[in-house]
Design a protein around this ligand. Sequence first.
Ligand SMILES: Cc1ncc(COP(=O)(O)O)c(C=O)c1O
Length: 398
Amino acid sequence: MVTDFATTKSLFQLPQGLVYLDGNSLGPLPKAAVTRVSSMMRDEWGELLITGWNRAGWISQPSRIGDRIGKLIGAPVGTVVVGDTLSIKVYQALASALEINADRKIILSDSGNFPTDLYMTEGLIKSLDRGYELKLCAPEAVADCLSDDVAVLLLTEVDYKTGRLHDMKTLTAKAHEKGILTIWDLAHSAGALPVDLGAAEADFAVGCTYKYLNSGPGGPAFIYLAPRLADQARPVLSGWLGHEQPFAFDLEYRPAPGIERMRVGTPPIIQLAALEASLDIWDLVDMNDVRVKSIELSDLFIGLVENGCPDLKLASPRDSRQRGSQVSFHFEHGYAAMKALIDRGLIGDFRAPDIMRFGFTPLYIDAEDVKTAASIIEEVMVNRLWDNAEYFVQSAVT
Ligand SMILES: Cc1ncc(COP(=O)(O)O)c(C=O)c1O
């Protein structure tokens, strides 16, 4: 299958006169999601009421949709389930992994990891109160920091700020040589580039669906568990829908077999309907085509921006093989500059202290968009249009 990106673009609602380079933060609306969600509400919730759990199959949505996401990340059927937020899924994966590697006390991560992964880890360490320690090393030094006392390696594959890409397969193999379990956060990988969890022999993986997978704000997360660990991993958040027989209403918890045990409580069916509409578009897409196009667009963007805006310093790896699907630049007044861009019809985002971040999502971004974006950036930078008091006032979300 050769992906027809003009078709995929036509399936998203993209406001006129706007270039959206922030699908790495929140994907745009798949047009079909509007009818899918409204028919779910009207025909299923409205007409079927509680019988929808059986008659519309709501109860099995988390694993059915998990399998569809699994196809995008090299996970076999029955190894991915959807629900909760990514922060919760990080917690679940880490708590289970620590129990499996029970005689070790170090959790290793890197200084480029997303704060919630580190915060959830610190919270878990405090609750367990068993002498666990979170050790951080520089992203480039992860392989050298793997040692026999590390229980779990917890990494985000693509750095949320710089787009730097870890080598999942090599690091997982090196971790395994030392008896370390791996948890990969795929927030900036799923739908951004080819991921093969099976080939990498990853142990756990987690990710969100509201970025490249376009499920909408607050869309649920997913978790993957390697089949070899599935019946060994104790679900620490032992909610009733992860029970072997939720509707037996037993007083004692018995985990469901396999990945189902990573379910917790009632799934968000309305949001899952939106996600399904997006996954219908993903069915038309070959992830290798996405990678080729994403690199093409990102390289074009870097060339144009560096050429027109000497004040912006590339914060992402120049070598596309070491980059995810975003490009970041350092600029001292990056926050104000991003606001100026947004005012002129280019949406990216800002990450403190000085990163201007732009995501490349070939499903709906093409070379024309990139050229328009680069010319807006040049206009703002060359004319110092960011130097306006209004643009320095911080909003709650950057
Ligand atoms: C790498 C990474 N991990 C975790 C999160 C947080 O996920 P959530 O807010 O869904 O819990 C994000 C959010 O952007 C992220 O980028």
